[in-house]
Ligand binder design. Structure first.
Ligand code: ZN
Ligand code: ZN
Length: 137
């Protein structure tokens, strides 16, 4: 995991510094998080500006990507470091949930873009609405 990360950084003339490693650890196997949450979790080890810079770099190199949900966004690791998945975003409580894997959906997205003459390398898909909890309250 760290080897892949280090190699990717190196290819782009960057190195796996301690702060970058820390931010990567905070993102690994986690639900999407806002940068504010990451800043809070890194507090004491990595300062705010460094967290923002690391996220910026991760996004630019495709290590992490942002999910636009409503007017804000959350960060999670890209498909290189996490299993490909989609999200459901609850507009009431703000929680994000992973949707279960669906091969048909994946094939369909690829074939739709191929038919249009594109060569798809990836996609993001977010579904929003109310989660089960918020529907019942
Ligand atoms: Zn909810
Ligand atoms: Zn997909």
């Amino acid at each position: 995991m760290y080897d892949d990360l280090a190699a990717l950084l190196k290819k782009n003339n960057a190195s796996l510094t301690q702060p970058r490693k820390k931010i990567f650890d905070l993102l690994l196997n986690q639900e999407p998080q806002t940068v504010q949450v990451l800043v809070r979790r890194a507090a004491g080890e990595v300062d705010r500006a460094t967290v923002y810079r690391a996220i910026e770099l991760f996004e630019r190199l495709g290590i992490a990507h942002r999910l636009n949900i409503g007017w804000k966004y959350k960060i999670e690791l890209s498909d290189i470091f996490a299993k490909h998945h989609h999200h459901f975003y609850c507009t009431n409580c703000g929680n994000t949930f992973n949707l279960s894997q669906n091969t048909m959906l994946e094939t369909m997205i690829d074939s739709v873009s191929s038919k249009t003459g594109f060569s798809p390398r990836g996609h993001q898909l977010e579904v929003y609405g109310l989660c089960a909890n918020c529907q019942s309250s």
